[in-house]
Design a protein around this ligand. Structure first.
Ligand code: PGH
Ligand code: CA
Ligand code: ZN
Length: 308
C-alpha cells in the first residue's frame, strides 16, 4: 500500500498491451467507488486531480482521502495532477506529494510548449516525479479551458518525436480525435488510428496517453434522461476503440465524464423515485455504487484486471 510512480506501471502496460485507467477524483464518494472497484479487480490505478478538483475540495482533503482509501483497500495508487496549466501548480503538486504531474502546454506554440514542459520536467525529475505532457489540441472543453472546435489540431507525429526528445517528458498525451465531455462526435465516432500508429513507430516503447476517452455509454445517459435530466445526443468514444488504442502504445486512458454520468444518473433516480428522501447517504450511497460499477466496466475494456 503506497503512492507509486507511473514508470513501472507504464513499462508493464506497454509490454502487455493494456492501459491503466486514470480516473478524475473530486470527493469522497468518487474516491471510494473507484478504489473499491480497483481493489476487487486487482487493477493498477491512477487517481487524477484537476485544477478544478483542487479548487473544489482542496489538495489536502483529496490527499488525505486517497490515503484513507489506500489504507482501507490495501491498493497502491498513482496520485497525478491532471492538466497542470503552469509551472507553479506542477511544483505545488510535486512538493505536496503527488507521484506524477501533467503539464499541459498544448495551447502554446510548439517552442513555448517545449520550454515550459522542459522546465517542469527538470524540476519534477529532481524530485523523482515523472511528467506527462500534451501536444496537439483536443476539441471541446477541458475543465474551464475551452478549445473551440476549429482550433482542434491533431498531434503531428514528427513533432511528437522531436518534442519528447527535447523536453525529456515521460509520457505524451496525443490528439487523435477524442475530446473532453459528453459530446465528442456529431456524426460517427472516428479516431485517427493511422496517426497513432505513426507516433508509436517514431517513439518505440514510449507511453502515450489518451484524454477525452469516456464512452458516454447509452445506458448511463438514459438513466440521467429518464429521471429528469437533459443531455440529448451525448456521444463518446466506443469502448472497442479504447481497447484498440491500448494495443498501440496507449498506456493511460483518462476518464471523467463517465463517472459524472454514472453518479448523476444514480442521484437523479433516487430523487425521482423517492421525492420524500432527504438523507444525503441515501443518494450518495447509490452514487458511489454507480461509480464502482462503471469503473469495473472500464477495467474490462482497458484490459488491466489482475495487473496490479
Ligand atoms: C480527461 C477526461 N481528463 O483529463 O481527459 O475525459 O471527458 O472523456 O472523461 P472525458
Ligand atoms: Ca490541452
Ligand atoms: Zn484531459
Amino acid at each position: 500500500m503506497a503512492f507509486v510512480s507511473t514508470k513501472k506501471l507504464f513499462e508493464k502496460a506497454y509490454r502487455e498491451q493494456y492501459a491503466v485507467g486514470a480516473f478524475n477524483i473530486n470527493d469522497m464518494e468518487i474516491i471510494q467507488g473507484v478504489t473499491e472497484a480497483i481493489a476487487e479487480e486487482k487493477a493498477p490505478v491512477i487517481l487524477q486531480v484537476s485544477a478544478g478538483a483542487r479548487k473544489y475540495a482542496r489538495q489536502e482533503y483529496l490527499l488525505h482521502l486517497v490515503r484513507a482509501a489506500m489504507e482501507c483497500t490495501g491498493i497502491d495508487c498513482v496520485l497525478h495532477l491532471d492538466h497542470g496549466e503552469d509551472f507553479e501548480i506542477c511544483k505545488a503538486c510535486v512538493d505536496g506529494g503527488f507521484t506524477s504531474v501533467m503539464i499541459d502546454g498544448s495551447k502554446y506554440p510548439f517552442e513555448e510548449n517545449i520550454a515550459l514542459t522542459k522546465k517542469v520536467a527538470e524540476y519534477a525529475h529532481s524530485k523523482g516525479v515523472p511528467v506527462e505532457a500534451e501536444l496537439g489540441k483536443l476539441a471541446g472543453v477541458e475543465d474551464n479551458v475551452s478549445v473551440a472546435d476549429k482550433d482542434a489540431i491533431y498531434t503531428d507525429p514528427a513533432q511528437a518525436e522531436e518534442f519528447v526528445k527535447r523536453t525529456g517528458c515521460d509520457s505524451l498525451a496525443v490528439a487523435i480525435g477524442t475530446s473532453h465531455g459528453a459530446y465528442k462526435f456529431k456524426g460517427e465516432p472516428k479516431l485517427d488510428f493511422e496517426r497513432l500508429e505513426k507516433i508509436k513507430k517514431l517513439l518505440p516503447g514510449f507511453p502515450l496517453v489518451l484524454h477525452g476517452a469516456s464512452s458516454a455509454p447509452a445506458d448511463l445517459v438514459k438513466v440521467c434522461n429518464d429521471y429528469g435530466g437533459n443531455i440529448p445526443g451525448a456521444r463518446g468514444v466506443p469502448e472497442e476503440m479504447i481497447s484498440q488504442a491500448t494495443k498501440m502504445g496507449v498506456c493511460k486512458v483518462n476518464i471523467d465524464t463517465d463517472l459524472r454520468l454514472a453518479m448523476t444518473g444514480a442521484i437523479r433516480k433516487v430523487f425521482a423515485e423517492s421525492p420524500g428522501e432527504f438523507d444525503p447517504r441515501k443518494y450518495l450511497g447509490p452514487a458511489r455504487d454507480a461509480i464502482k460499477q462503471v469503473v469495473k466496466r472500464k477495467i474490462k475494456f482497458l484490459g488491466c484486471a489482475g495487473k496490479a
